[in-house]
Design a protein around this ligand. Structure first.
Ligand SMILES: Cc1cc2nc3c(=O)[nH]c(=O)nc-3n(C[C@H](O)[C@H](O)[C@H](O)COP(=O)(O)OP(=O)(O)OC[C@H]3O[C@@H](n4cnc5c(N)ncnc54)[C@H](O)[C@@H]3O)c2cc1C
Length: 361
């Protein structure tokens, strides 16, 4: 029998939230797909989410989701409307994953184990005979007339379409080290500088340090502008740490501040620092109200999400395809997209992954 070279229709690079979802959708649509993951197992970061419990989405409408998500909403709107939180919930139910809805609408697997979510993807990929390469880092991509050469350390693959789902740059030990952004940059895409998102803020204020290790569930964080206007107000957990402040209310306020700086800083020297110093963070807990200015976030490698990444100007939101390199797609945190705490970031990864695969299929 004469054998001929056949390209795979889709190579998904990165077996995290976006990559697993993309491969699952591709399998359901009968698209020949290979999933390539650098680590020994799929979904290393997903296993860490919500302290190993995986808050995979929030049971709200697409419009409420887009209202909450902030700056990237116009870019992700189409993807989220086509794959809203409730469709994701339905998808897990159809895979027989028992789910639990919290009073604030956050959704978890009922057993509180992120492994249940990762196994559901693993089962689906196995049942659909999707080839999964683990322990296999992609080292480069080369566009060809009819697709791409996808290089790994030991061999190359020929793929008609490539989806980069390699994640951000936080928690690099879990595999996301910025490879996808580097491949994109080498192919001419612009990168938005990285910043930490959803991370603690540093302070040595003795009122915080003396409470290190204590959590205050009914806390609150406000961000107040230079003119006294309340720009952001969130009720949620405030935690005191040896380094400063953390907890959901602080994380969301920190993320708000970073986006505010990006929107308002010009290229003048010191502009960012001036804006940071001009914003007041008001933190409420245990009947105290403390005010801070200019608190710095912990480093991006410790952040829950990476702000920045592949510029949205170089990606078509209707398809998630590169505007520069045909048949190259992006999904998840590799892009300059991010949301608040509460299941938004996994939902963004799932929705953009589905959009990319739907466009290819
Ligand atoms: C501690 C923590 C808790 C979190 N909790 C939540 C939560 O409860 N809810 C929520 O919505 N979000 C949460 N997040 C955020 C969420 O996990 C991420 O936004 C999401 O995983 C991003 O999905 P992704 O597929 O884009 O990237 P990832 O899930 O990071 O996956 C990227 C994958 O690509 C692989 N990869 C990278 N480079 C290569 C390469 N060259 N070749 C092959 N493979 C490669 C990596 O090994 C990795 O597995 C949390 C994050 C952290 C760090």
């Amino acid at each position: 029998m004469a054998l001929k070279h056949t390209p795979v229709k889709l190579a998904v690079v990165g077996g995290g939230a976006a990559g697993m979802f993309a491969a699952a959708v591709a399998a359901e649509r009968g698209l020949s797909t290979v999933l390539i993951e650098r680590k020994a197992r799929l979904g290393s970061k997903v296993l860490m989410t919500a302290n190993g419990r995986c808050n995979f989405t929030k049971d709200i409408s697409a419009e409420d989701f887009l209202r909450d998500v902030g700056d990237c909403a116009p870019f992700v709107a189409r993807a989220v409307r086509e794959c809203p939180p409730r469709k994701i919930i339905q998808g897990f139910k159809s895979l027989d994953v028992p789910l639990r809805r919290m009073p604030d609408a956050r959704m978890f697997p009922a057993d509180g184990k992120a492994t249940t979510i990762v196994h559901a993807f693993g089962d689906l990929l196995r049942n659909n005979e999707v080839p999964v390469l683990t322990n296999c880092a992609v080292t480069g991509l080369q566009p060809q007339k009819n697709g791409f050469i996808v290089a790994t350390k030991n061999f190359t693959l020929w793929a008609e379409n490539v989806l980069l789902a390699t994640g951000g740059v936080s928690y690099p030990k879990l595999g996301s080290v910025g490879d996808g952004q580097n491949f994109a940059r080498d192919l001419g895409h612009r990168l938005v500088p990285y910043r930490p998102g959803l991370i603690g803020l540093e302070t040595s204020d003795p009122r915080i340090v003396k409470r290190a290790g204590r959590r205050f569930e009914d806390g609150r964080a406000k961000v107040i502008g230079p003119d006294g206007a309340v720009l952001f107000d969130y009720r949620g957990e405030v935690d005191c740490e040896t380094f400063g402040l953390s907890g959901a209310a602080i994380y969301n306020a920190q993320r708000f501040i970073e986006h505010y700086i990006v929107r308002n800083a010009d290229s003048a020297r010191g502009a960012e620092d001036r804006i940071r110093a001009s914003l007041t963070l008001e933190v409420w807990f245990e009947h105290e109200r403390l005010s801070f200015n200019g608190l710095r976030p912990r480093p991006v490698k410790e952040a829950i999400v990476t702000l920045g990444g592949v510029s949205l100007d170089d990606v078509n939101p209707e398809t998630m395809e590169s505007r520069l390199v045909p048949h190259l797609y992006f999904a998840g945190e590799v892009l300059d997209i991010d949301g608040p705490t509460g299941g938004y970031n996994l939902t963004l990864a799932f929705a953009t992954a589905r959009k990319a695969v739907a466009s290819i299929a």
